[in-house]
Design a protein around this ligand. Structure first.
Ligand SMILES: *Cc1c(COP(=O)(O)O)cnc(C)c1O
Length: 302
């Protein structure tokens, strides 16, 4: 079996921003994880790598995991498993719709077997009956790669970063990436997570449980910059995505990263970061999800 080391991604680029946006002077670095791979995008590769290694070490046939119809995690798992010569099974939230999303079609093209699961079963991360017999031969990876291995993998995202920052700003879905960043970041840096979901107050606990004890971590999750909750958006957010692309050349996705850059501008306007800041913004990828938007919404294609 080909080891997952066979998948080699380049070192991510750090892009320097120095511009005026809405008359606001902005200066920050952007970690461009979106540029690493067209499908195994952004943070997903980092979170998946330890799971792939474990699946190979334990002689598993493949990976079973969970996600929604437009999930970056689902399509990244499908592509990474194919590259590592592992089978993949995706349990998808909701009923099998007549029309599969572009994400699900692509995952199936990478050989992922798709099973649809009722919302209640999905919530419990239960295996549908027809998959029970696979549970020993396959490694079960929680939705979004949440867990100790996912956080350990995410902590390697910052391996090439030499600078010290006062703030690192990233998106939060399950909180796995934020936990990984905290683990790789000195105590004096504040890690600021922008929750893509409305009112998900279980995040703080979910994140804390991925942080080894023995040191202090400085992080905060902001819950008010979700633009309508997970996978929702406002006309204002779409306008921002186009304006931001025009000003910086950085394409964003509406589910996660647009909310991060929007939050950064918004917080800068409120002088949140203070006078002597050095900020790293994490572009965690996810551009494929923009295929779920009405066509013509964006001035760039992703
Ligand atoms: C999955 C994803 C996230 C959320 O990462 P978590 O580790 O679940 O918090 C953020 N940004 C993008 C682009 C993603 O695809």
């Amino acid at each position: 079996m080909m080891p997952p080391d066979a998948i080699i991604l380049p070192q991510p680029r750090v892009q320097k921003l120095n511009l005026r946006f809405n008359a606001l002077p902005l200066q920050a670095d952007v970690l461009r994880l979106d540029e690493l791979h067209p499908v195994i995008s952004g943070n997903k590769w980092f979170k998946l790598e330890p799971y792939l290694k474990q699946a190979v070490q334990q002689n598993k046939k493949g990976i079973i995991t969970w996600g929604g119809a437009w999930s970056n995690h689902i399509v990244a798992t499908a592509a990474a498993c194919k590259a590592a010569n592992l089978q993949s099974v995706g349990i998808i939230r909701g009923d099998a719709t007549a029309q599969w999303s572009a994400t699900l079609k692509q995952a199936a093209e990478y050989g992922m077997q798709l099973h649809f699961s009722s919302r209640s079963l999905f919530k419990e991360s239960a295996l549908p009956d027809e998959l029970r017999q696979l549970q020993n031969e396959y490694l079960l990876v929680p939705q979004g790669g949440y867990g100790e291995l996912g956080a350990a993998g995410a902590s390697t995202m910052l391996a090439g970063i030499k600078d010290t920052y006062s703030h690192i700003v990233c998106s939060v879905g399950t909180g796995t990436m934020l936990a990984g960043i905290c683990r790789a970041t000195p105590e004096e840096t504040e890690v600021l997570g922008i929750s893509s979901q409305k009112g998900n107050y279980s995040l703080e606990k979910a994140i804390a449980s991925l942080l080894p004890s023995g040191r202090h971590y400085r992080y905060k999750v902001l819950h008010h910059l979700h633009h309508g909750s997970y996978a929702r958006y406002t006309p204002e957010l779409l306008q921002f995505m186009n304006d931001w692309f025009m000003a910086t050349g950085i394409p964003t996705d509406f589910v996660y990263t647009a909310k991060v850059f929007y939050a950064y501008v918004h917080l800068s306007a409120e002088n949140y970061f203070g006078a002597h800041h050095r900020i790293l913004l994490v572009h965690s990828g996810g551009l494929q999800g923009n295929r779920g938007l009405p066509s013509g919404s964006l001035i760039y294609s992703t």
